[in-house]
Design a protein around this ligand. Structure first.
Ligand SMILES: [Zn+2]
Length: 125
């Protein structure tokens, strides 16, 4: 397999603990250790209360698409916590992308629905 982050080829060692798991691997061990996941959550009171879930509290020089499993994990959590039909769900790669879109998000607040945002890289401006 090719690691999505560093693009190096890697091999997953088959052991008794993973032989029957239908798990896909997108990152090599080195990158998994290098990019430490830090799932967290903040709320920001704009025109409505915006709940932001994020995966990293910093920004790495890696395409956020690499963190498919990490994103799926937190998205499944959001699916359990909220009814997607009753909220507005948004995804941004970085907090800056979110911040640049703030005018549109304030427009969405007019719908009177909870706004839930998933951000891969959450770091200060
Ligand atoms: Zn890698």
């Amino acid at each position: 397999m090719r690691c999505l982050a560093c693009k190096n080829m890697f091999r997953v060692k088959i052991t008794w603990s993973n032989i029957f798991l239908d798990k896909k691997y997108y990152l090599c061990d080195e990158c998994t250790n290098k990019y430490k996941v830090n799932y967290n959550y903040v709320t920001i009171p704009l025109d409505s209360l915006i709940e932001i879930f994020y995966i990293f509290d910093t920004t790495y020089d890696v395409n956020p698409i690499s963190f498919l499993l990490e994103r799926r994990f937190i998205f499944e959590f959001i699916l359990k916590k909220y009814n997607l039909n009753k909220i507005i769900f948004l995804y941004y790669d970085t907090f800056n992308d979110f911040y640049n879109d703030i005018d549109n998000i304030n427009e969405l607040a007019l719908f009177n629905r909870k706004i839930v945002v998933l951000v891969t890289y959450f770091s200060n401006l």
